[in-house]
Write a protein that binds this ligand. Structure first.
Ligand SMILES: [Zn+2]
Length: 447
C-alpha cells in the first residue's frame, strides 16, 4: 500500500466489534487501513497514543441548538463548534428552531448554511422544521439536504416555531413518508400539560408536576399510532419518561419505524437532588426522579433507546432567571455540548458499561440514524474523525472555562471522568485557536 498522510497507533481503539490495539492509516481524510499496532506502514505522520488514552470515533451529536442567526447572543456557530471539538464531538446536526428565521424553508436553510460556513470547527448538518402550513416546503428542504424534520406537539418555547395539531401531524407524516424522510418529534402532549398544575415559583417539585410523565406517554402513543398508519419513519427526541420505553419497544417489534434518544442530563441528575431555584437544571421534558433515571439506563442496556445526544439548548444567563429562581419564567434548556461524553462515561462506567457502549450510543447510532454514511466508526472507508480520551482521568467542571457562549451549565462544580485530550477531523487535529475547518454536510452525500 502506498504512503499515508497519518497513522495513529492506539493500544485501545474502540471499534464496533470491541476494543483492540491497532494502527489506523489515513489518507485524504479517510481511514484506509486498520492494521496491527506495530505494523510497518509508510506515512508522513506517525502518532502513538499514550498508554492511558483511548481512540474513539468522533462523536456525532444530532441534537444541538446553535441559534445562529437571530439569537446569536444565546449561542453561535463559532462557540458551539469549538465546544463540540473540545468535547470530542466531530459532527453536529443543528436544530431548526431558536435561530431566526427557523429552518422551515429553503431560503432559511441557505441563510443557515451561509452563516455556518465560515465558523464551523467541526462538521455541521441541519434539520428542517415542520410547522403548520409548511408542508409544501418539506420536499424541497429534503432535496436541499436536511437530515429530517423536527416538530413540536405543544408550544416550543419560541413563537416563530408553532406546534402541529393532530391533523397537521398526519399531513406532515404523509408528505415525509412520500420521500422516505424522517420526522423527529418533541413528544409532550399540550392538552395534558394544560391540565397539569402550573409551575410555581422556585419549587422544582412543582415544576416537575407541571410537566408530568403522562404528557410524554400520551404524545409518544399518538406518534406511534400515526407512524403505524402512515409508515413514516419517526424519532422520539429527548426521552425523559421511562414509561414510554415499553411503548417504543412494542411498536418497533410490530414493524413501526421508530427510534429514540435520551440526553446526558436525564442519565446524570435526579429531581430529588435539584435545589429549589436552580433553574440551570430546567429543561423540557424535565429531569425526573432517580428511579426513572435508572430505568432509562435499562432502556439503553436493552436497546429501547438507540442513542444519546446533548440537546444543547443554551440561552443568555439572564433568561435562566437565576435572580428569581422561577421555573415558570426561566428558559428551558441545558447547555452541555462540551460535557456529554464525560458526563455519560462517568455514569455509564458505574453501571458496568464500557466505552464500546458509549461509542455506540454517541457516535455510531446517531450517524446511522441520520444516514451519515461516512461517520461514526473506526473502519476503512469512514472519515478519519477521532476523539482521544483519557478515561481514567477526572476533572471538575468550571462553566467559565467551557467554550459555549454563556457560562452556565448544571454540571458546574461536578467531577466528571474522562478527559478529551484531542479531537481529529478528517485526519487533522482540530485547533480551536486556529481557523475553522469544518464542512457543511448534506444528507446522503458521500464526500
Ligand atoms: Zn432540543
Amino acid at each position: 500500500m502506498s504512503g499515508m498522510d497519518l497513522v495513529i497507533r492506539a493500544r485501545r481503539a474502540v471499534r464496533a466489534t470491541g476494543e483492540q490495539a491497532c494502527a489506523v492509516g489515513v489518507r485524504d481524510g479517510r481511514i484506509v487501513a486498520i492494521e496491527p499496532y506495530d505494523a510497518d506502514l509508510v506515512t508522513t505522520a506517525d502518532v502513538r497514543l499514550r498508554d492511558d488514552e483511548v481512540l474513539l470515533p468522533g462523536l456525532v451529536d444530532s441534537h444541538v441548538h446553535v441559534n445562529d442567526p437571530g439569537r446569536t447572543e444565546w449561542e453561535g456557530f463559532t462557540t458551539a463548534t469549538k465546544a463540540a471539538a473540545a468535547g470530542g464531538v466531530t459532527t453536529i446536526i443543528d436544530m431548526p428552531l431558536n435561530s431566526i428565521p427557523p429552518t422551515c424553508d429553503v431560503p432559511a436553510l441557505a441563510l443557515k448554511r451561509k452563516t455556518a460556513e465560515t465558523q464551523a470547527y467541526v462538521d455541521v448538518g441541519f434539520w428542517g422544521g415542520a410547522i403548520p402550513d409548511n408542508v409544501p416546503e418539506l420536499r424541497p428542504l429534503d432535496e436541499a439536504g436536511v437530515f429530517g424534520f423536527k416538530c413540536f406537539l405543544l408550544h416550543s418555547g419560541v413563537d416563530e416555531f408553532p406546534p402541529l395539531d393532530q391533523p397537521e401531524l398526519e399531513d406532515a407524516m404523509a408528505e415525509i413518508s412520500g420521500f422516505d424522510g424522517l420526522l423527529i418529534v418533541h413528544a409532550e402532549d399540550a392538552h395534558r400539560i394544560d391540565h397539569a398544575p402550573p409551575p410555581n415559583g422556585s419549587s422544582y417539585a412543582a415544576f416537575l408536576d407541571s410537566r408530568p410523565r403522562a404528557a410524554e406517554n400520551i404524545a409518544v402513543a399518538e406518534v406511534i399510532q400515526l407512524a403505524r398508519r402512515s409508515g413514516c419513519r419517526v424519532h422520539i427526541l429527548h426521552v425523559s419518561s421511562a414509561d414510554v420505553l415499553q411503548l417504543i419497544t412494542t411498536a418497533r417489534n410490530d414493524g413501526v419505524r421508530i427510534t429514540a434518544e435520551t440526553c446526558p442530563h436525564y442519565l446524570t441528575f435526579a429531581a430529588e437532588d435539584i435545589p429549589d431555584g436552580a433553574t440551570q437544571y430546567k429543561c423540557c421534558p424535565p429531569i425526573r426522579e432517580a428511579g426513572n433515571r435508572e430505568l432509562l439506563w435499562e432502556g439503553l442496556r436493552d436497546g429501547a433507546i438507540d442513542l444519546i445526544v446533548s440537546d444543547h439548548s443554551p440561552s443568555t444567563i439572564d433568561l435562566k432567571r437565576l435572580d428569581t429562581g422561577d421555573f415558570g419564567t426561566a428558559w428551558g434548556g441545558i447547555a452541555s455540548l462540551q460535557l456529554g461524553l464525560s458526563a455519560v462515561w462517568t455514569e455509564a462506567r458505574r453501571r458496568g458499561f464500557t466505552l464500546v457502549d458509549v461509542a455506540r450510543w454517541m457516535s455510531t447510532a446517531p450517524a446511522t440514524q441520520t444516514r451519515l454514511t461516512s461517520k461514526g466508526r473506526i473502519d476503512t472507508g469512514y472519515d478519519a474523525d477521532f476523539c482521544v480520551l483519557a478515561p481514567d482521568e477526572s476533572f471538575v467542571v468550571d462553566a467559565n472555562t467551557l467554550h459555549h457562549k454563556n457560562a452556565i451549565t448544571p454540571y458546574d462544580g461536578r467531577t466528571l471522568d474522562g478527559i478529551v485530550r484531542g479531537t481529529w477531523l478528517r485526519g487533522e487535529p482540530v485547533d480551536i485557536d486556529g481557523g475553522p475547518r469544518g464542512h457543511l454536510l448534506t444528507r446522503g452525500e458521500r464526500r
